[in-house]
Design a binder for this molecule. Structure first.
Ligand code: ZN
Length: 182
């Protein structure tokens, strides 16, 4: 796949609902995809992005909450502690913010892009972003956490997104309505 084909996929695109496959052997292709993902994340002022969000059905994520870029392959949450509620947005579900309850602290294991094992202890926002991105690898989206009333509130927006997911780039006002874009 050429890098130029990678673009942010929007709600309604079936790739966002697929369970991503673990990477068995890390190649230049994976490193290229991770670089392209990082570029797209920064361009859209995101702080995290998962491979399915660019149409790649493999377990890879990138995260940068302002303290450095992490490119993680086959990430897994192996320990959780506490809880926090954060209002989250998603680059694939523009214009929608959902309050999501997640663990406050997590221990994540993964491989870096050269195949070395890494283990990351994360708390607060960093923990939130890691859990959000790992959700993407399972085909799970923030809208799945919506309460009954939130579902009613976002129903029309989701329908509109679903109808146009494969088409054009959305306007700035539509994408920037939530502070955290993951
Ligand atoms: Zn997201």
């Amino acid at each position: 796949m050429r890098k130029t084909e990678l673009r942010i996929r929007l709600f309604g695109d079936p790739v966002l609902r697929k369970k991503a496959k673990p990477v068995k052997k890390i190649t230049d292709y994976h490193r290229d995809v991770l670089s392209a993902m990082s570029r797209l994340m920064y361009t859209d002022s995101g702080i995290g992005l998962a491979a399915p969000q660019v149409g790649v059905n493999e377990t890879m994520i990138v995260v940068d909450i302002g303290s450095g870029l992490y490119k993680l392959i086959n990430p897994k949450v192996v320990k959780k502690e506490g809880s926090q509620v954060t209002e989250e947005g998603c680059l694939s579900v523009p214009g929608i913010c959902i309050k999501v309850r997640r663990a406050r602290k997590v221990l994540v294991t993964a491989l870096d892009e050269s195949g070395e094992p890494v283990s990351i202890e994360a708390a607060d926002l960093f923990a939130c972003v890691l859990q959000h991105e790992i959700d993407h690898l399972k085909g799970k989206l923030i809208v799945d956490y919506a309460s009954f009333f939130e579902k009613v509130r976002i129903k029309r927006k989701l329908k509109a997104l679903r109808e146009r997911y494969s088409h054009e780039k959305l306007s700035q006002s539509e994408t920037k309505s939530c502070k955290l874009q993951l």
